[in-house]
Write a new protein. Sequence first.
Length: 95
Amino acid sequence: MFEKNPEYFRKLESKTFEELHGNNKDKYIKVYQSESDSYVEKKVIGKYKYIGGESTSDLVKDKVYCRVEPENEFRIIDGSGEDYLYVPNNFEKVE
């Protein structure tokens, strides 16, 4: 069974969006899915800066996160490495 490595995610938190994902808007990234204990590829559809508003330990104010498909949902890959639905008003589009 796959076990998430906390040290890996601490290293991810210190990197910029470009260091993690590059500048390619049509890039696909692997996103962890805890329900199936596996990774799936999802298309990055934008970069967004968290401006605050939610009480969560998985988001850092002023940090840039990637938004992934589907386009009809506002899914952000947070500090846990998974994609979750968040309130769009708490983010500012970067690119």
